[in-house]
Design a protein around this ligand. Structure first.
Ligand code: AMP
Length: 292
C-alpha cells in the first residue's frame, strides 16, 4: 500500500492503472476511520481491482463556526486500518494543493443542497460536491463508494454525477451501527460514554417512524414527527433534536399524503448531545396498499 500526497502523481498513477485495464474504486473519507469506512473499502475491494481511499478533512465543507480544527485526525491509525482492509493507495493531499490561493470554482447541486442538512449548514454541500468532483478528476475511478449514513450526500452525489455526465458508478452502502444502534461516525469520538448510550435513542426513533409510516394509520408526516419527538422527550431528555424530515430519496421532497404515497421513504434527523451534533436516517420502501 502506498500513500500519495501529490495531485499530479496520483493522476499519473490512476491514468496508468486505467490504461492497463484496471477497475478503480474510490472511497472518499475525512479519515479517523471506523467500521463504516471499512465496509465501503470492502465493497470497493469486492467490485474493483484497485482501491484508493482518500483522506482529506475538507475545509470547504465546514462552516466558520464548525469543528474543522477539532475534527479528529490520526493518519498512522488510518494507515493500519487501510492496510489491513486491503487498500492499494491512500490519497492524502494537502489543503494548499487542493485549494490554491486563487481558487474560484464550486459545484452547487441546486435545491437539494438547501434542504435538510443544508438548511442548518448552508454551503456545506457545495463544499462536499466540489471536493468529490476534484477527487474523481484526480483518482479517475470507475466506481465511488459512499455511506447511506450521509443520506443527503448520497442523493447529491448521484445527482451531480448524472447532471454532469461523470462516467462512473455511485455505490451507496448501508449504515454500520454500534450494538446499541448508534450509527458509527468519526464524530462519536466527541461523545462521553453516557452520551453514547443516550444517542441510541436516535435509531429507536427512526425505527419507530418507519413502523408508523408503514402502518398507514397516520394521514400526515407531521403526526409521525410529533410521535417521534415525544418518544425522544420521554426516553432521552438529554437529546436536543434539531429536525426530523420525512421525504422521498430522489429530490428530498417532503412526503405530504402518507396513505397515498408509494416509493422509497427517507426519514432523516439531526440532534445534539451536549455540543456534539449527530445525524442519522432510515430508508425503506412503502407501498400504499391497505394492510386491512
Ligand atoms: P466521512 O469520513 O465521515 O466523511 O465519511 C466518509 C464516507 O464514509 C461517507 O460516504 C460516509 O457516508 C461513510 N460513512 C460514515 N459513517 C458510516 C457508517 N456508519 N456506515 C457506513 N458508511 C459510513
Amino acid at each position: 500500500m502506498k500513500v500519495i500526497r501529490g495531485i499530479k502523481p496520483m493522476q499519473e498513477i490512476s491514468a496508468y492503472l486505467r490504461r492497463t485495464g484496471k477497475k478503480i474504486g474510490l472511497v472518499p473519507t475525512m479519515g479517523y476511520l471506523h467500521e463504516g469506512h471499512v465496509s465501503l473499502i470492502l465493497a470497493a475491494r469486492d467490485e474493483c481491482d484497485i482501491v484508493i481511499v482518500s483522506i482529506f478533512v475538507n475545509p470547504a465543507q465546514f462552516l466558520p463556526k464548525e469543528d474543522f480544527k477539532a475534527y479528529p485526525r490520526d493518519l498512522s491509525r488510518d494507515y493500519h486500518v487501510c492496510k489491513a482492509a486491503g487498500v492499494n493507495y491512500i490519497f492524502y493531499p494537502e489543503a494548499k494543493d487542493m485549494y490554491s490561493e486563487d481558487y474560484k470554482t464550486y459545484i452547487n447541486v441546486n435545491d437539494i443542497s438547501d434542504k435538510l442538512e443544508g438548511k442548518y449548514r448552508p454551503g456545506h454541500f457545495a463544499g462536499v460536491a466540489t471536493v468529490v468532483l476534484k477527487l474523481l478528476n484526480i483518482t479517475k475511478p470507475n466506481a465511488a463508494y459512499f455511506g447511506q449514513k450521509d443520506a443527503q450526500q448520497a442523493v447529491i452525489m448521484r445527482k451531480m454525477v448524472k447532471d454532469l455526465n461523470v462516467d462512473l458508478n455511485i455505490r451507496v452502502c448501508e449504515t454500520i451501527r454500534e450494538d446499541n444502534g448508534l450509527a458509527m461516525s468519526s464524530r462519536n469520538s466527541y461523545l462521553q460514554e453516557e452520551q453514547k448510550k443516550n444517542a441510541a435513542v436516535l435509531y429507536k426513533m427512526l425505527q419507530m417512524g418507519k413502523s408508523l409510516m408503514l402502518s398507514n394509520e397516520y394521514g400526515t408526516a407531521k403526526e409521525i414527527r410529533k410521535k417521534m419527538k415525544e418518544y425522544a422527550e420521554t426516553n432521552c431528555p438529554e437529546c436536543s433534536l434539531q429536525y426530523i424530515a420525512i421525504t422521498d430519496n430522489n429530490n428530498l421532497k417532503k412526503i405530504i399524503n402518507i396513505p397515498e404515497y408509494e416509493g422509497e421513504v427517507l426519514i432523516s434527523l439531526a440532534a445534539y448531545f451536549g455540543k456534539t451534533r449527530l445525524i442519522d436516517n432510515i430508508l425503506f420502501y412503502k407501498n400504499n396498499e391497505r394492510l386491512n
